[in-house]
Write a protein that binds this ligand. Sequence first.
Ligand code: FES
Length: 140
Amino acid sequence: MSDEQFYREVILDHYKNPRSYGVLEHADAHAEGQNPLCGDEVTVSVKFGDDGETIEQVGFEGRGCAISQAATSMLTEIVRGRTASQVAALPKEELLDEIGIPLTPARIKCAILGLGVLKVALHRAKGTPLPDEWQGMDFA
Ligand code: FES
């Protein structure tokens, strides 16, 4: 199996069996976002540990293309155990590396939808910075 085939299998697996699926009850942070280009949606919720900073639980729900949903599923595995500030500073390249296949600019927007929503949720709950590049999506 080539590298690219392997990554495609992983993406498909996350799409079919999303990790951390479901919105958390009594979440400490929550946001919904839409890719304005297609209307696909992701909702992310977070619970912090006792220090009030470390992401202990993260859940998501969504409706959209395989890349957007698989990338959000992968994201939940990347961020668990990290602090809100670390995730606020997490570069999109780290998630794109994890996805592992080259993506067109439009598909990159799909891939980072969940990351943008998570950053918005943390920004609202913890006041972590939200750089301009995340402002182009529709958040609720
Ligand atoms: Fe809508 Fe990918 S086509 S997020």
